[in-house]
Ligand binder design. Sequence first.
Ligand SMILES: NC(=O)c1ccc[n+]([C@@H]2O[C@H](COP(=O)([O-])OP(=O)(O)OC[C@H]3O[C@@H](n4cnc5c(N)ncnc54)[C@H](O)[C@@H]3O)[C@@H](O)[C@H]2O)c1
Length: 129
Amino acid sequence: MTGAGGGFGRRLARQLAERGAIVACVDVDSGANQRSVDGAIRAAAATGRLSSKPAALAFQANLANREETYKVVKDVEEKLGPVDIVISAAVCFTTYDIGGFDDDEIDFLIDLNLKSTIWVSIPELPKYA
Ligand SMILES: NC(=O)c1ccc[n+]([C@@H]2O[C@H](COP(=O)([O-])OP(=O)(O)OC[C@H]3O[C@@H](n4cnc5c(N)ncnc54)[C@H](O)[C@@H]3O)[C@@H](O)[C@H]2O)c1
């Protein structure tokens, strides 16, 4: 789950954990991400389901950076095993004024909001070929 520290990502991480998933929570904001992980673990525990692994684990990465994204996917797989579902909810807008973006911001926004979804999925794709 990318963007697990925020609105959609946090809620989905919790709902998946409640349904028995082990959720790899990835976010650039490690404090917010850890709060999501703690909430997902509490929600899973409240269902009474027993598991030998924690329901969620935090991973910190800036997903606007390709190398960091590939590395975090590798770290997730090393710690938790193969990924079954990828949900890409890490998103950021620096401004909603279309005339207000400079070139660096345009690169950042496309890297995070578009390319990170592809980068985070690429290592998983061969399994589904
Ligand atoms: N929340 C809503 O009601 C709603 C409704 C419709 C659409 N959306 C869209 O859904 C998307 C997600 O919404 P949200 O409310 O969850 O947003 P959010 O801002 O609450 O969460 C986004 C998360 O992405 C993380 N993030 C930002 N930059 C990052 C980076 N470089 N690397 C890793 N993580 C990074 C943030 O730390 C944050 O935790 C947005 O595109 C939003 O416009 C949201």
